[in-house]
Design a protein around this ligand. Sequence first.
Ligand code: UDP
Ligand code: MG
Length: 315
Amino acid sequence: MNEENAACESRVEISAAVAVYNEERILPELCRRLAAVLKTVAGRYEIVLVDDGSKDGSWKKIEEICGDDPNVRGIKFSRNFGQHVAITAALDNARGDYVVLMDADLQDRPEEIPKMLERCKQGFEVVYARRRSRADSAGKKLSSRIFYSVFNKLSSFQIRPDVGVFRIITRRVCNHVVQMREQARFIPGLIDWMGFSSDYVDVDRPEREAGETQYTLSKLMKLGVETIIAFSNLPLRLATGIGFIVTLLSFPPGIYLILKWLFLGDAATGWACLIAGMLFLGGVQLLAIGIVGEYIGRIYMDVKQRPLYVVEKRT
Ligand code: UDP
Ligand code: MG
């Protein structure tokens, strides 16, 4: 009986999984607010901070915080592997019955966690924080709108456009997510792909507390393309489709030229239209090869079966 009690007591009820990249100015405030909230909803909680190869003093801050609070654990990557790999490492190490996924910059407010957890405990496997309002730049909002609409048109399943990483998942969902080890990863996509029962609560998304976004436009575009390719084969079929249409288009002028030559004895002249046709076809072919190449590149990355990340230190 005593042993059972001890096991119960040591069980972590809720984990927060947080990817950290150059967030030294926010970390103390994040951990303070997060701990204050988690204390109210769980007997035992933990905060898992994964330093994704920060260039500032984030790791030193994490070590300090871990020294003060035994409920915080830190993992340091050997270099920057990207936000979604860092989240994966946090999920790999999270032990809670429920796991909160959130950003480190306090754009995901810890104070929203209790109502999300409550919904989760009512029997949903995933509870999203739906963004009622969003204090992000116009460019960011536009690019995210384009990404979600392209993704949802191309993919066989839908991801919610009005949510980000911020969500609570159950142990069951977490176990499934960490089994997916593909290199090109977008965690919200992986979770939505599984299709578990879900619900949402409405939240506001404030501005960053400090520092600036780690996502430049080029980083965002790269993630967008990676994600679409990771979840959809439609671009490949698009190449086939374009090839088919171009072939069809070449029939009428071809037939016209042959008939003209047969009946009027008039050979085709004019190099301008020839060059235009060649350039067009060459372009379409290169585009198609490029699309195929993108997929082969992904296959190459995955068959190597390298670990997703390398840990340099832990607290
Ligand atoms: N992040 C990360 N690795 C990166 C870029 C970002 O772990 O290469 C983390 C970052 O510290 C933050 C979260 O991912 O906790 C979201 O990043 P950011 O706030 O820059 O993105 P935005 O809110 O602008 O989408
Ligand atoms: Mg942010």
